[in-house]
Design a protein around this ligand. Structure first.
Ligand SMILES: Nc1ncnc2c1ncn2[C@@H]1O[C@H](COP(=O)(O)OP(=O)(O)O)[C@@H](O)[C@H]1O
Ligand SMILES: [Mg+2]
Length: 476
């Protein structure tokens, strides 16, 4: 910071004054009370405010307002700092002030119209903001306490009269801490350590470079060798490049072949599934063939048995009469027989009567003797009648027997006919079954032949593929 000028208005003994400071070392000379300390105090006030100081110590007695404006250079910039002082009309805190009016001070003099101008650009601040801004501009590394003045300024720039004693009499650790902080000694320490570490690295690098330099002739020799063998190596390179090109071509061809084979493999896998299916179908067909053959043989045997039985049962001839006709004739013959029986009973009684008359020789009713010759004729006639009736009865009985036999024969015929019909029906069924099975057998055999053929073809095709793939084995 280089202070250029200081303008004062109503500050202690100064009414309206601008003090310009030339570059170099400045000495204020004057008698006691001339206003030397006032200039220094005004500089500090402009920069950092009042701190614990009272406004009344700066504002001229009898004046209601004053100001200090300090112009200085820092970091290549021109900075103006302005603070005003105003005497309050009422008690402290009675009136709320605007931002620019600042805070009230106990003695009734408050700061006002605070601003900073950097390279001609002005900005207004509150008194406490002012201090913050100034510390930033001056690059003072210390906490912002609006109540205190700048410690660094006090120790390093300006120590008011009689106050050096205070600094010197501070406890040593507090003093050291303050000075360290103010002068950023910690930062320098870190910087020093960093510098040391970098120095070590640099030394190592230097050593490495030095060693490299030592090997320079050797390396140059190597370079010469390499340069000499360059044409030979270039020829090698060309040869190798040609080889690489050739091999790359081969790789492309092989990749294409591999893709084709993979596609075929996929198709083959599908075919393999087909072959499996053929195998299954073939097994099924063969099983069906053997089952059908067995069934046909069994049924043929059965048919032979049935035919033998049919032959054995076959009735000689169909009866000439029906069962109903025979039944009717039987009924009629039996009625006739019964008639003959009655007739025979009557004739027997008559015969017995004639016989008894002949034996007795007279009529039991009229007691007259009977004519022997006449009665002999009667007897003969009665015997003849009886005999005739008996013969007829005999004939009828034989007729009935014949009819009954015929009836039995008819029944037997009917029974056999029933059996035969049943057997013949079964035989027809069996024959139909055989026919059907034979038809199916033909079909199954045809299917078996077809499947065997397809299987053989598939196997042959697979073998051919394997043969085709063999020359590529181990190359991809
Ligand atoms: N509030 C004030 N108003 C007007 N004059 C003041 C005020 N306070 C102190 N003074 C006067 O200011 C002068 C102080 O001058 P100062 O700067 O201390 O002189 P020195 O040159 O000895 O350092 C004294 O004459 C003193 O009477
Ligand atoms: Mg003095």
């Amino acid at each position: 910071m280089i202070i250029k000028s200081i303008k004062l208005r109503n500050v202690r003994t100064y009414e309206e004054e601008e003090v310009r400071l030339p570059e170099g070392i400045i000495l204020f000379e004057g008698g006691i009370g001339a206003g030397k300390s006032t200039l220094l105090l005004a500089i500090e006030f402009a920069l950092f405010g009042l701190g614990n100081e009272k406004g009344t110590t700066l504002l001229s007695i009898g004046k209601n307002s004053g100001s200090v404006e300090l112009t200085f250079e820092t970091g290549g910039k021109e900075v103006k700092v302005h603070r005003g002082l105003e005497r309050g009309k009422r008690a402290a805190g009675a009136k709320a002030g605007s931002l620019h009016q600042g805070r009230l001070v106990p003695a009734g003099v408050k700061q006002s119209d605070c601003w900073i101008e950097v390279d001609g650009v002005r900005a207004s601040y509150s008194p406490s903001e002012m201090k913050e801004q100034v510390l930033r501009i001056l690059n003072y590394n210390e906490p912002m306490d609006p109540k205190a003045k700048s410690v660094i300024f006090r120790y390093a720039v300006y120590t008011p009269q009689e106050e050096m004693k205070e600094i010197l009499s501070q406890p040593p650790d507090l003093r050291l801490q303050t000075i360290r902080k103010a002068l950023r000694i910690e930062e320098y320490k870190t910087a020093m350590e960093n510098a040391k570490a970098i120095a070590v690295d640099l030394r190592k690098e230097a050593e490495y470079i030095r060693k490299g330099a030592e090997r320079l002739p050797e390396i140059q020799e190597e370079i010469r060798d390499i340069e000499e063998s360059l044409p030979e190596r270039e020829a090698d390179l060309q040869r190798l490049n040609a080889e690489v090109e050739k091999v790359e071509g081969e790789i492309v061809a092989l990749k294409e072949r591999r893709e084709k084979l993979q596609a075929e493999l996929l198709a083959r896998a599908k075919d393999a599934e087909g072959v499996q299916q053929i195998e299954l179908d073939l097994q099924k067909a063969r099983k069906e063939i053997s089952e059908l053959e067995r069934k046909i043989a069994t049924n043929k045997r059965r048919l032979e048995e049935l035919r033998a039985r049919i032959k054995a049962i076959k009735p000689a001839e169909e009866p000439p009469m029906s069962e109903e006709e025979v039944e009717g004739m039987l009924d009629e013959a039996k009625a006739r027989l019964s008639g003959y029986d009655t007739e025979l009973g009557r004739l027997k009684a008559e015969l017995d009567n004639v016989k008894a008359l002949v034996m007795k020789g007279y009529c039991p009713t009229c007691k007259r003797p009977i004519d022997g010759a006449e009665y002999a004729t009667h007897l003969q006639e009665a015997e003849a009648k009886y005999e005739e009736a008996r013969r007829k009865r005999q004939e009828t009985a034989e007729e009935i027997r014949d009819l009954e036999r015929a009836r039995a024969e008819i029944a037997d015929y009917a029974k056999k006919k029933g059996q035969l019909d049943g057997l013949e029906e079964t035989a027809t069924e069996v024959e139909d079954g055989i026919f059907d099975a034979e038809h199916r057998l033909e079909e199954a055999k045809a299917s078996e032949r077809d499947l065997s053929d397809r299987r053989a073809k598939a196997a042959k095709a697979a073998e051919a593929e394997v043969e085709a793939a063999r020359p590529l084995a181990g190359r991809i």
